[in-house]
Design a protein around this ligand. Structure first.
Ligand SMILES: Cc1cc2nc3c(=O)[nH]c(=O)nc-3n(C[C@H](O)[C@H](O)[C@H](O)COP(=O)(O)OP(=O)(O)OC[C@H]3O[C@@H](n4cnc5c(N)ncnc54)[C@H](O)[C@@H]3O)c2cc1C
Length: 441
């Protein structure tokens, strides 16, 4: 293609099959679509130049962090350019006195924490995927520690963003307080690469806990387990994870509905043990490290246990008071539909995942039906279709049901203003079809 050699005139590009294949899919079960070319800019100015050039030619550009999304978010469904941030991976500044770090968007969060090791500070969002900070901001990722520290959105002070037409803007700043103008930073958080390409981020640093106490409590019922969640929040737990009985038996553990908690204050583990025992736990232990590692590997382990299968991961989040009802509903739906599904989640913030393996069209129908039922129930309970994975390809239809037609019209207006030619990550986030009645999902 002529345009590829023109592009190669001002930015590094890769057209080999292996590189295009890697940038054609993520870890979800969505069909891969290879980009025509992968651009590998090394600076914000190069990112901006690629966008300005592509915008003139109306070529699709899909940003790429590390491809660990689970909802098809970085798949370039219309081909064109996959814009990989992997060469923009420098930690530019660590300023402990200001409690912030400045990173290029392709920096892995684990690399930032590696460079912070021993300083007493951390980037406090911890997720299972080996993700970039730009990708985490773009998906507003969260993970087990969000109950204490919040989702990624709570850790972003400012951004540098390249817009579709090639303008580079800065949002937010270096202060922990700012009340000056519209909050453009949060507009880009969670926008999944559809509004602009984040080239640099100023992120907050959080003290690394000096204490880590882990407590595992097994219960005979979901209700009993969930009744203890409020007390764990009052103890300022660093994580309150729920693993349902079938997932525990998949791990080779006793089949019991289980809460897995982490505390960062000395003595809170002991207090939690007492609360769990008074709350009806059948067993309470401190032997949590193996289970913790298994929890972080849930997605990978589900894939390994089902070779050749694709995975669909639900991501509903409900108000914490409705968590038990949601778990029981999902357990009953799995049984009624005779589906295999691994159910686990972040009980402290009502976020539940069911990882469902499927093979071929025959199994897809039942799995998709389950996903729709889960979203319907979540919305009925005042929840959301996605707590942390984003909309990507698989949840677009739910956006209007969750937010309403008028809110979607405002979203479309923002998209049209920032990306009038629709070049940025086309086919994501905004729904094709407006379904406002959840019963029609
Ligand atoms: C084993 C495993 C465990 C996981 N655990 C969790 C978990 O606990 N919690 C959780 O929330 N997620 C989890 N995830 C999902 C995933 O890691 C996150 O969604 C993560 O945010 C994706 O980051 P990435 O760098 O891989 O981005 P990608 O997957 O490459 O991209 C994500 C999205 O952001 C866009 N994008 C990427 N970089 C930029 C940029 N610089 N500017 C603008 N847009 C950009 C892409 O176009 C895409 O839409 C897990 C994934 C795996 C494989």
């Amino acid at each position: 293609m002529n345009w590829v050699s023109e592009l190669a005139g001002f930015v590094s590009v890769e057209t080999g099959e292996a590189v295009r294949a890697r940038h054609g899919g993520d870890v979800s079960g969505h069909d891969a679509v290879w980009p025509d070319v992968v651009a590998m800019p090394e600076s914000a100015v190069q990112v901006a130049a690629v966008l300005a050039w592509a915008n003139e030619r109306e070529l699709p550009v899909t940003p790429w962090g590390a491809g660990t999304s689970v909802e098809g978010n970085p798949i370039p469904v219309r081909g064109g350019i996959s814009l990989s941030l992997e060469r923009m991976n420098r930690v530019k500044e660590i300023r402990l006195e200001d409690r912030l770090a400045v990173v290029e968007a392709g920096t892995k969060y684990r690399e930032l924490n590696r460079q912070l090791a021993g300083s007493g500070w951390q980037f406090a969002v911890e997720i299972g995927g080996d993700a970039t900070i730009g990708g985490m901001i773009a998906n507003n990722a969260a993970g087990p520690k969000a109950v204490k520290y919040g989702s990624t959105k709570a850790h972003v002070l400012g951004l540098e963003v390249a817009l579709a037409d090639g303008r580079l803007i800065r949002t937010g700043g270096r202060t922990w307080k700012q009340s000056c103008g519209y909050n453009l930073t949060q507009l880009f958080v969670g926008s999944e690469g559809t509004l602009g390409v984040i080239t640099e981020a100023i992120v907050k640093l959080t003290p690394t806990p000096a204490v880590r106490e882990v407590v595992v409590a097994r219960f005979a019922s979901v209700r009993e387990a969930v009744r203890c969640v409020g007390a764990m929040r009052a103890l300022d737990a660093g994580a309150i994870e729920f693993l349902d009985r079938s997932y525990m038996s998949f791990l080779g553990e006793e089949a019991a509905d289980t809460l897995f908690c982490e505390f960062h204050t000395e003595g809170h583990g002991r207090a939690a043990e007492a609360i769990f025992l008074a709350g009806g736990a059948t067993e309470v232990s401190r032997a949590g490290e193996t289970l913790w590692a298994a929890r972080l590997r849930a997605y990978t382990a589900s894939q390994e246990a089902n070779p050749g299968a694709r995975l669909l991961t639900t991501d509903t989040a409900v108000p914490v008071g409705a968590f038990a009802e949601m778990v029981e509903f999902l357990q009953a739906e799995l049984a009624r539909r005779e589906l295999t599904g691994y159910l686990l989640g972040h009980a402290g913030d009502g976020n539940l995942h069911v990882i469902l393996p499927w093979r071929g069209e025959g199994e897809w129908g039942a799995v998709e039906g389950f996903h729709r039922a889960a979203v319907r129930k979540s919305l009925e309970l005042g929840g959301t279709a996605s707590g942390e994975h984003g909309v990507g390809m698989g949840k677009r239809e739910f956006v209007a049901t969750e937010h309403g037609e008028e809110a979607v019209a405002v979203m479309r207006g923002i998209k049209a203003m920032l990306d009038p030619r629709g070049i940025l990550n086309p086919g994501k986030v905004l729904p094709e079809r407006i379904v406002t009645n959840a019963n029609e999902l």
